[in-house]
Design a protein around this ligand. Sequence first.
Ligand code: IPE
Ligand code: IPE
Ligand code: MG
Length: 241
Amino acid sequence: MAGLVPTPLHVAIVMDGNGRWASKRFLPRIAGHKQGVDALKLIVRACPSRGISVLTVFAFSSENWNRPAAEVSGLMDILVLALSKEVPKLQRDGVQIRFVGARDNLSARVKKGLEDAEAATANNSALTLNVCFNYGGRWDIVFAAAKLADAGTLITEKSLSGALALAHCGDPDLLIRTGNEKRLSNFLLWQVAYAELYFSALLWPDFDESELDSALLEFRSRERRFGKTSAQISGNVASDA
Ligand code: IPE
Ligand code: IPE
Ligand code: MG
């Protein structure tokens, strides 16, 4: 697989199915979230050798606050613990971690965890790992538009794109959703305008390198036309033909 992907890729993943993974084993949902962290560690390590330079994952949505309080606080604990354990390994592997999402309603402990991890890994360049946490696509667009309006900047596709949370790394090429659901659930609504979509039946804790490779294989077989004709894309006609 390594070396077969010609260009650096931006892959986005909706990591769904942790709760069902746990329920199938008669475990509490939180056990599924813990196992989900292990799956993410595996995939982060797999990215550079597959030509992936940016990995953007959906870890906690704006709407996930509506879950039972014990699950929400369990997720916060898992995040803080995972960061304290994993940041040294991200450093070793040259991974820059960035958190994407609102910060104002996070606890001081969680906020500090995010900020410390970002500061510690800021100069790494082997892989950019964007963790969408307390993130919603609608929040992203409204926040960006409000920023531009405040600054008196004209709102255009270019200025809005540049004000969105992922402006530092461009749009995803491939969006994977695990857990057998076929919806976006308010993830990157603007940025996935031309992403290729791949839906995996695997629950996120079961997702591994081989399923990632299946997604990449499928991605490579797609023709991305961006509104043009197939002949234009394959270079068989002049662009004005
Ligand atoms: C995804 O798994 C993780 C979060 C949304 C935090 P879920 O917790 O949604 O798992 P299912 O979809 O209930 O199985
Ligand atoms: C999307 O999964 C959010 C994350 C994976 C973090 P959800 O489980 O929250 O999505 P819905 O509720 O099934 O649409
Ligand atoms: Mg879910």
